[in-house]
Design a protein around this ligand. Structure first.
Ligand code: GLU
Length: 489
């Protein structure tokens, strides 16, 4: 049996990381298993809840993360169509089968009757559920009301005694008292199927082997198992991974920071980092590895490592991991990814000229080790591209004023100007000489004063590295500018 798994989102909004994590587990299982197939199915039968553009955003999120689907919208496949709204004939055919078997029935109860029923049950502290009144209607009565044009829904006729046992791959058998199960609506009064019906019919017809879906579906799972039984179909393997929580153990939401997959893209996360991070939300490879390439994840993935205890989404850890992935980028790729941010901040012109390309490359090389998300690059390197960078007041106070900054700059300038070549070692030697010229015991004041003068800041890349990147002319003119600007008390 080859693995066939599906990601079946409803297009009600842009995908949330919790939701896409399920797609990732599906994809990893499919790619891990020889011949495995990952199917995308859009569950768009609830037109009222459909958000404009959501379908595109679902596909865009998957594409950005590199979770390619073998069957589904845009790709086709032998089990299509893959949009539920295009499968209505199939649901009509299948509901007829269930009606003929007596496993489903038409229910003419009005919303008013159902509301009154619920109210009475609440008052009597009974479980609120449909009282199955229409299950007792004779065939004749059903025909009469139907031809009189009374609206109806079609409900599943569930057993009222005994237990339903759902075999969950991760959790083992889960037992449900049938007496507590409500006869679910399978077809709504507008003729559209509900999730309960359409998803099960599709999972069967699309030969899905493992239904991997969020934990919140466990409570509906006995209805789904019963539906498979009513049809006489073999059940898929049910897998309900844990949900993802925020660090405060509450359901992950906007309060905790970004949650939309595409929001992470605009916040400068790399897809490989997000994939690696999400894979570890609720799954563990069985050893202590954390940073894993896509191939390593595929190789190690197994449902046995999927956890049932809630996963915690730790944004800080994701930032850290993103930094790891940024460091692993080829330098040209790093430049390519950072450039749009620099252009947007007007630090570099849109059309890169040769001299500029070289400068951008050497400046960015200094930050690749340091930043954790791409937009951080703008602030990290802005001073390299602006000659009117501001001077950090505290830094000026601490280093420049306390150490006769003007004298330090003058000594450094003359030693630097005397250099024939402009390498890290040359500059280090020049700083040593300036330190001696100034009769200072340590070179730290020279380094700090120079850093403030050249960057306006107290922290950043190594001084000699940044001077090397800036080049001789820029360094000397900046020392001059700083001497003038900072000369005024
Ligand atoms: N359409 C359902 C949702 O988006 C799918 C759940 C499932 O995977 O079965 O929640």
């Amino acid at each position: 049996m080859s693995v066939r798994v599906r990601y079946a989102p409803s297009p009600t909004g842009s995908p949330h990381v919790g939701n896409i994590r399920t797609a990732l587990f599906d994809w990893l299982l499919a790619r891990h298993t020889p011949g495995g197939k990952f199917i995308l199915r859009i569950e768009d039968t609830d037109r009222a809840r459909e958000a404009p553009g959501a379908r595109e955003e679902i596909m865009e999120s998957l594409r950005w993360l590199g979770l390619d689907w073998d069957e589904g919208p845009g790709v086709g496949g032998p089990f299509g169509p893959y949009l539920q709204s295009e499968r209505l004939d199939i649901y009509r055919e299948q509901i007829a089968v269930l009606l003929a078997k007596g496993a489903a029935y038409k229910c003419f109860c009005t919303p008013e009757r159902l509301a009154a029923l619920r109210e009475a049950q609440e008052k009597n502290k009974q479980p609120t559920m449909y009282d199955r009144a229409c299950r007792k209607l004779s065939d004749e009565e059903v025909r009469r009301r139907e031809s009189a044009g009374e609206p109806y829904v079609i409900r599943q006729a569930l057993p009222s005694e005994g237990k339903t046992v759902v075999q969950d791959y991760l959790r083992g058998p889960i037992e449900f008292e049938n007496a507590l199960l409500d006869d679910p609506v399978l077809i709504k009064s507008d003729g559209m199927p509900t999730y309960h019906f359409a998803a099960m019919v599709d999972d069967h017809l699309m030969e899905i082997t493992h239904v991997i879906r969020a934990e919140e579906w466990i409570s509906s799972s006995p209805k789904h198992a019963q539906l498979y039984m009513a049809f006489g179909w073999e059940q898929p393997i049910w897998v309900h991974p844990s949900i993802i929580l925020g660090p405060d153990k509450k359901r992950l939401s906007k309060r905790h920071g970004a949650t939309g997959v595409l929001d992470f893209r605009s916040e400068g996360y790399l897809p490989d980092a997000l994939v690696n991070f999400l894979a570890l939300c609720g799954w563990a490879p069985g050893d202590d590895r954390e940073v894993m390439t896509r191939d390593e994840l595929i190789e190690a993935f197994s449902l046995d490592g999927v956890q049932t205890s809630p996963a915690i989404f730790d944004h800080e850890k994701l930032r850290w991991m993103n930094g790891v992935y940024i460091r692993q980028l080829a330098p040209e790729r790093f430049v390519e990814l950072c450039r749009p941010y620099l252009v947007e901040a007007k630090l570099v012109p849109e059309a890169a000229d040769d001299a500029n390309v070289e400068y951008v490359r050497s400046v960015l090389a200094l930050e690749q080790e340091r930043i954790r998300t791409l937009p951080e690059i703008t602030d990290a390197v802005s001073f390299f591209f602006r000659d009117d960078y501001p001077f950090d007041e505290k830094g000026v106070e601490k280093w420049f004023r306390k150490h006769d900054g003007l004298a330090v700059l003058a000594a450094a300038e003359s030693r630097l100007r005397a250099l024939d070549t402009w390498t890290h070692d040359d500059m280090e030697a020049a700083v040593e000489r300036a330190t001696a010229d100034l009769d200072l015991e340590k070179r730290a004041p020279v380094i700090h004063v120079l850093r403030i003068a050249l960057t306006g800041r107290t922290a950043g890349p190594g001084l000699f590295e940044l001077m090397e990147a800036m080049g001789r002319d820029r360094v000397l003119s900046r020392i001059e500018r700083a001497s003038t600007v900072l000369a005024a008390p």
